[in-house]
Design a binder for this molecule. Sequence first.
Ligand code: GRG
Length: 312
Amino acid sequence: MTATASSPEGVTPSGEDQAEFDFSSYLAKTRELVEQSLDAALGPERPESLRESMRYSLLAGGKRLRPILCLAACELVGGDASLAMPTAVALEMIHTMSLIHDDLPAMDNDDLRRGRPTNHKVYGDAMAILAGDALLSRAFEMVAVRSEGVPPERLLKVVAELSLVSGAPGLVGGQVVDLESEGREVDLETLEYIHLHKTAALLRACVVTGALIGGADASQVDAMRTYANGIGLAFQIVDDILDVTASSDVLGKTAGKDLIADKTTYPKLLGLEPSRARALELVAQAKAVLEPWKDKAQPLLALADYVASRDR
Ligand code: GRG
């Protein structure tokens, strides 16, 4: 079995073992499979300088939450997670390219990402832009060309989902409103708009595409959208909290950036404790959507808790 086709099969326990679901070993095993598939995904890129810049950011670690969500959603609806691996890799490519572009001087102007200098600090602005562009194109290639065994009508829906999330209705739209809001008073509605687009949209695409590949029906896909909106906003609230409570060393990115950039955040609008309470409430709502799946939902339930309790 090639690395790209590696399956987290056997990672999710079945039958009686479900009650003793071991999340940390699930996370470690699935992450390892994702790392192998990411490493195998970037082969033939030329010129070498571009390949190096793409690999620098794609293989820089990170929690790999997005691909794991995709694989877990595929298994939730009874699919074979190995068939979702190319899409899981594509989602991490889109996430990584968004981080590279977000860190550029023209945007958040950050020097540190995933515990190392940002892409443009090492390779220059032009190469960072191009490496991001190439990762985005490669993501679509992964889905359209490298997803053997997935019915084409499912792949078409996956491509549609990824196109929407990458563009104005998703990350780009959220980023524009975020940039335009810097230094301004922002209300809760605008803040939620930014984060539903910048952050929750990609998490939504992860579980929706995973479920589509696994053969989900329309109501199951809707449940995934609701789940992801909840964990997506919770993820961002926790991100805002960590920006003020954690160190750059632990985060692997510059802490305290939101204050410096004069950004409106959940702690600034609501206060720290109410922000924590809101994140927990959103996670509880997300988990409630998974009730019909009972024990099969254990990975996604645990991932929702992880989003709220993470420390980096
Ligand atoms: C997708 C075409 C296209 C353009 C991107 C720059 C941009 C447009 C959007 C910005 C999106 C962005 C950087 C959102 C922030 C999301 C976020 C909270 C990232 C941190 O995610 P983690 O903590 O990071 O999962 P790791 O490093 O663990 O993967």
